[in-house]
Design a protein around this ligand. Structure first.
Ligand code: ADP
Ligand code: MG
Length: 472
């Protein structure tokens, strides 16, 4: 009894179904059509070059076994690749499934097929799918300074890197303000995964690029290629997902890709400049999925972390600066690591351009210009440092809860200056000064004002300190 090609392929599909997950079956085998059976050679048609390469790479053994079971020891498979809908002249490649993968002949792929691969990340090649992960090697974990401000996000990222798709942190959503290291951390995770699992397909993409690619795919009627491509990724890192807000089409397609990847145990890493609850214009079903995994925030770095970041950066660039200069930069720029680095770079440039030694004086002039918006605002940290230096107290004491008399007074003075010279809220000032509440800060300001009015020596302290803390 001879089988028809349809029957033969039916038989194959039955075996395949038992050997792959439903999702993979749907993705990779459902779209295949059988078109010919001649002698023991079954010809199947696959939708794209990409598809063929994927089957070749991932299912060659299964296909080999299946064909032999179904058509006997001489059974062979031939692929028919649909080049393009508009010029549907199928191109046939013979795959000798009886050969060992290692001595597979190189399959000739005509140029137009390669050119046909529209996906910008696919480097046209003959056998393996190669995807440029778009990772920046400078943004590694090694270059990422750990601090209280980023501990949760960093360690979750680290855990994900060691077991992509295998932790509860899926998706991992990293959120936080501008310049706090979201992009850096996203890359670091990708880089580490590539180191640990070189075969995993990792892709970093900004949400803008993703959106643009999607729009292009719609224009060119290549939406399926777009979706298929993204569904192949093992680790998908999408930066700044808040840009999806208000873009319904993009959200819809992202939802589909998200579900596919998540169901297949693939890892998603997303970054955003705000927490999921604050993302307006984002579909509810997408937001609820963001919450499936872990949302970890990045806070502004503490003084110690800022100094450590500056030192790391100087070390990487092979430069050195006086300690007081580094501290001044770290004291002055408090909320944004990118600005912190920017200030350092400008200062180094200034120094080398003008062949000037980089002194605290130069740093002060520079930083004042650099921090334009709040040039007149000193930081709480800086005030605390100046006050502690003045009274010769360790800064840790001032930040602690201790009620020793001399510390209490220094702390009150620091609160007073913070209230008058910064835009910080009372609560924030209290938090920085021994974890006190806003009422304590108010009380401190009253006490200081009273003492200024009644105590000559005290007034002198405040005048001296006033000069020292001012950054003019
Ligand atoms: P975001 O994406 O949150 O706006 P980036 O990841 O682009 O911020 O970070 C801004 C700059 O600050 C980058 O040059 C990055 O390397 C640096 N940076 C941020 N956080 C750290 C950190 N913890 N350690 C070292 N460098 C950092
Ligand atoms: Mg970023």
């Amino acid at each position: 009894m001879t089988k028809t090609y349809a029957e033969a392929w039916e038989g194959c599909l039955k075996i395949i179904k038992d050997n792959v997950s439903i999702q993979n079956y749907k993705t990779w085998f459902d779209p295949i059509r059988s078109i010919k059976l001649s002698k023991s050679v079954l010809t199947i048609q696959v939708p794209s070059q990409f598809f063929y390469e994927w089957l070749e790479e991932h299912y060659i053994d299964l296909l080999k076994k299946t064909i032999r079971k179904e058509l006997g020891a001489l059974g062979k498979l031939e692929y028919n690749i649909v080049i393009d809908n508009s010029m549907s002249k199928p191109y046939t490649v013979k795959i000798p499934t009886s050969a060992r993968p290692s001595d597979n002949p190189v399959v000739p792929i005509p140029m137009d097929i390669n050119n046909n691969i529209r996906n910008p990340f696919v480097i046209p090649g003959i056998k393996k799918i190669k995807i440029d992960s778009q990772l920046n090697p400078n943004y590694s974990f090694d270059n990422f300074i750990e601090g209280d401000c980023n501990r949760l996000a960093r360690s979750a990222g680290f855990a994900v890197s060691n077991k992509p798709g295998g932790t509860a942190f899926n998706p991992l959503l990293i959120y936080g303000g501008v310049g706090l290291g979201k992009t850096h951390l996203g890359h670091a995770i990708g880089i580490k995964i590539k180191e640990e699992f070189p075969n995993k397909i990792v892709l970093y993409v900004s949400s803008e690029k993703f959106t643009q690619q999607f729009i292009d795919s719609v224009k060119n009627n290549k939406q399926n290629d777009f979706i298929n491509f993204y569904q192949l990724i093992d680790v998908l890192i999408i930066d700044d997902v808040q840009f999806f807000a208000g873009k319904e089409g993009t959200q819809k397609v992202f939802f589909q890709i998200f579900n596919h990847l998540h169901q297949n145990g693939k890892q998603l890493i997303l970054t955003s400049d705000r927490a999921p609850v604050e993302m307006q214009g984002m579909e509810q079903r997408l937001l609820s999925r963001f919450k499936w995994g872990l949302s970890a925030d990045l806070q502004s770095p503490s003084l110690e972390t800022r100094i450590a970041i500056l030192e790391k950066k100087m070390h990487a660039d092979g430069v050195e600066l006086p300690k007081d200069v580094v501290e001044y930069i770290a004291y002055s720029i408090t909320t944004n690591v990118r600005e912190l680095e920017g200030a350092l770079i400008s200062l180094l440039a200034q120094g080398s351009l003008n062949k000037k030694e980089i002194t605290l004086e130069l740093a002060k002039q520079m930083i004042d210009k650099f921090v334009k918006n709040n040039a007149r605002e000193v930081s709480i940290d800086y005030i605390q440092k100046v006050v502690c230096d003045y009274f010769k107290l360790p800064i840790e004491l001032l930040k602690s809860k201790t009620r020793k008399r001399e510390v209490v007074q220094a702390r009150q003075i620091a609160m007073y200056f913070a209230k008058n010279l910064t835009k910080s809220s009372l609560a924030n000032i209290g938090m920085h000064c021994g974890g006190k509440d806003h009422a304590t800060v108010l009380h401190a300001c009253k006490t200081v004002n009273n003492l200024i009015d009644t105590d000559k020596h005290f007034r002198k302290y405040i005048e001296d300190l006033g000069k020292l803390v001012s950054i003019d």
